[in-house]
Design a protein around this ligand. Structure first.
Ligand code: NAD
Ligand code: WQD
Length: 335
């Protein structure tokens, strides 16, 4: 299949490109390199020994996107492109709404014009908002996310559902990711954000390579097993494989909108992550406890059974391999 990958040089996109190439799909990447580097293309090609077509372009640029669709016979799109930093989205809401919504609308218009109506969209567990129960199931109604980033995801889900109702030719899959961590086993691709990281694993990695002095664990007084927050961490390669399964399903499915959680189905605490990271990598992570971070929910994780039943997908990696592969990647970058 010939697939357009928006945001394909980013963290999750690059791992998905590797898995798609391994399955002999033909891929075309479009990315404006706002949050990734062009060298990722080479790395994807080195890992897979396959060629990738790359366009450095903004998905909101309609003319460029039209040209890309004219030059390539695209059968499906996986739409990763977007801005994703929660704190930044609170400070720069217009930038987030403009980028995430505009690029999606442009993409959908161009896809429609070219009669390409198969789409997999990168959604997020954030669209559940705060539910009564900690186990998030697809049948739960969306609740308003607490920040503009999350709201763009909920709005895009709504736009896609409306589109699917208006034009029954569309086949759309919304994949709600939980907390992706880890990296490709080659150590070539992974996540290494610029500046001081906001997310837990990138922060631990900076402490591990002594670029930051210590981790602050946000809160030790939550009503959880050890007082620290619970999340559902998923290895990025498992997540990437979920996209292949979603695409295979989509091609056979009847038109409409499909929603799947992609998570491990397991709640892990911040303290457990730190302890496991230290153990499997035989390294000490200096940390202290600080106050709760504003907006953090105490704990939630996925019910991942729908993806297993309908897509035949489940995670294969463990917390140990997530911690090991993350560290392997960062060490490899610093060599
Ligand atoms: P990332 O920042 O590493 O990748 C996103 C890519 O999109 C980047 O390479 C960036 O340069 C590109 N991009 C952004 N806006 C663009 C535009 N207008 N035109 C072209 N390219 C553009 O992020 P990621 O972690 O790989 O996330 C991929 C997707 O998954 C995002 O939509 C994100 O919101 C979603 N998601 C991520 C997480 C997570 O924790 N990483 C969780 C849930 C959902
Ligand atoms: C995980 C846990 C923190 C940093 C975010 C987005 C969400 C989704 C995934 C895109 C929390 C704790 C963190 C630190 C800490 N992204 N922590 N010290 O907040 O669960 O989810 O990324 O859709 O929308 O909100 O991920 O990695 O920031 O935090 O103690 O320095 O680690 O309190 O419990 P989060 P995270």
């Amino acid at each position: 299949m010939k697939i357009l990958i928006t945001g394909g040089t980013g963290y999750i996109g690059s791992h998905t490109c590797v898995e798609l190439l391994n399955e002999n799909h033909e891929i075309i990447i479009v990315d404006n390199l706002y949050n990734s580097k062009k060298t990722v293309i080479e790395k994807i090609q080195n890992i897979t020994n396959k060629k990738v077509k790359f366009y450095e372009a903004d998905v909101s640029d309609k003319n460029r996107l039209e040209n890309i669709f004219e030059e390539n016979d695209i059968e499906a799109v996986i739409h990763f492109a977007g801005l994703k930093a929660v704190g930044e989205s609170v400070k720069m809401p217009l930038t987030y709404y403009r980028n995430n919504i505009d690029s999606t609308l442009t993409l959908l218009e161009v896809m429609s014009e070219h009669n390409c109506k198969n789409l997999v969209f990168s959604s997020s567990a954030t669209v559940y908002g705060e539910q009564e129960e900690p186990v998030y199931v697809e049948s739960m109604k969306r609740k308003e996310p607490s920040n503009p980033y999350g709201k763009t995801k909920a709005m895009i889900e709504q736009i896609l559902e409306d589109l699917s109702i208006s034009d029954p030719e569309w086949k759309i899959t919304l994949l709600r990711y939980f907390n992706p961590i880890g990296a490709h086993k080659s150590g070539e691709i992974g996540e290494d954000p610029n500046g001081i990281p906001n997310n837990l694993m990138p922060y631990i990695l900076k402490v591990a390579i002594q670029e930051l002095p210590e981790l602050t664990i946000f809160g030790k007084d939550y009503d959880t097993k050890d007082g620290t927050c619970i999340r559902d961490y998923i290895h990025v390669v498992d997540l990437a494989k979920g996209h292949i399964k979603a695409l295979e399903h989509l091609t056979k499915a009847t038109p409409g909108t499909y929603i799947y959680n992609l998570g491990s189905g397991q709640g892990i605490s911040v303290q457990e992550i730190v302890t496991t990271f230290e153990k499997v990598n035989n390294i000490k992570i200096d940390y202290k406890f600080g106050p709760r971070r504003e907006g953090d929910l105490p704990g939630f994780y996925s019910d991942a059974s729908k993806a297993y039943k309908e897509l035949g997908w489940k995670v294969e990696e463990t917390l140990e391999t997530m911690c090991k592969d993350s560290y392997n990647y960062i060490k490899n970058q610093k060599q």
